[in-house]
Unconditional design. Structure first.
Length: 239
């Protein structure tokens, strides 16, 4: 089944199951729906028997649409989650990533999605935990550079969140970020976003020469560089 048909089938089944989210109350007022939490809070939060049964029913019905192929169904739900993520609808994206995980607990894209949502919410430690899990499961050479790049970005933001007095830990995190970006761009030198994110990280590290070099690589690969970043790099003076 093609990628488009997988995504369409997932959307159709979601509507049929009443899972499209249109009638779901949004999170707010300090209340967080359990389906907006990665893996429904498991294993820290035990899943009640009634919800375990609902999960089993969902898996059975969703997989049946794909010839009882749970991996194919999980892929379709991950595609649907990505669509919501691109719309910045992170609650609905998380619900789909959770469903992708239910269908296939070894689907790296579910954990990648958990990490991306956590990163958007500035939960850096949580994001890194999920990205590490995604990397351990990812054997897709086409997707791995992007997961590595996202991990590097999370490490960068974690380092930036620490006070400058905590220099040793910041340096350790930045070093790990550089290693992730290096691995990403070595695996796929045409992956423009890897070069761009590395440039942004190096700028935050104060390595202006390195940042400018990586910006050139990103532009060569076709990246759209924000004018604000180019202006900051132009205005900044190397030590």
């Amino acid at each position: 089944m093609s990628l488009r048909r997988l995504t369409f089938a997932a959307s159709a089944v979601a509507v049929a199951f009443g899972l499209a989210g249109c009638g779901s109350p949004p999170s707010g007022g300090g209340f967080v729906r359990i389906d907006n939490v990665a893996m429904y809070g498991q294993p820290r939060t035990p899943r009640p028997p009634v919800l375990q049964q609902a999960d089993a029913d969902f898996v059975r019905r969703a997989a049946a649409v794909f010839g009882h192929d749970r991996q194919a169904a999980s892929l379709a739900w991950a595609n649907e989650a990505d669509r919501f993520f691109q719309q910045r609808n992170f609650d609905y994206a998380m619900r789909r990533y959770n469903q992708a995980w239910l269908l296939d607990p070894e689907n790296f894209r579910a954990f990648w999605g958990f990490g991306r949502v956590a990163l958007e919410r500035d939960r850096f430690d949580e994001a890194l935990e999920h990205f590490d899990k995604a990397l351990s499961l990812c054997h897709d050479d086409r997707q791995r550079p992007a997961v590595l790049s996202d991990t590097g970005a999370a490490l960068t933001w974690k380092a930036k969140s620490l006070p400058r007095e905590n220099g040793a830990e910041r340096d350790r995190l930045f070093a790990r970020a550089n290693a992730m970006f290096a691995d990403s761009t070595q695996r796929d030198p045409t992956y423009a976003n890897g070069w761009k994110r590395w440039a942004m990280s190096l700028f935050d590290q104060g390595d202006l020469a390195g940042a400018r070099e990586k910006i050139l690589r990103a532009q060569t690969a076709g990246a759209d560089i924000p004018a604000t970043l180019l202006a900051r790099l132009t205005a900044a003076k190397s030590p």
